[in-house]
Ligand binder design. Sequence first.
Ligand SMILES: [Zn+2]
Length: 130
Amino acid sequence: MHEYSLVGDLLDQVTAHARARGATAVRKVTVGIGELAGVDPALFATAFETFRAAGPCRETELVIHWVEARWVCPTCARPITRGAVLRCPDCNGPGSLATGDELTLERIELEVPDPHTLRPTTGTSARFGD
Ligand SMILES: [Zn+2]
């Protein structure tokens, strides 16, 4: 299934971000799914539950941001009403899709260890065992 390979890619990306920041876990991931992206949000969520078992996403909350399709006129940038004929009311040019066909990783919330517990800032507090 298409959604399963997309979730595999998403988890790879999220894991790479988490490693790069030294995160111990990922709290929340927000994904934007456009209504014309050809992705079923319910299937996507199920695939996420299935694949996250190993790695830093075990406890991650998945938030799906549903992005409605919007069209604009590429010539005069006028928004074109949903459901209407997809032509610009001003110049009669064909509408072009502005949003709605995307699948994006919008936000990641990481659990990062407090840097103060790792790097004492004064010389005396960093010394022990003399
Ligand atoms: Zn126009």
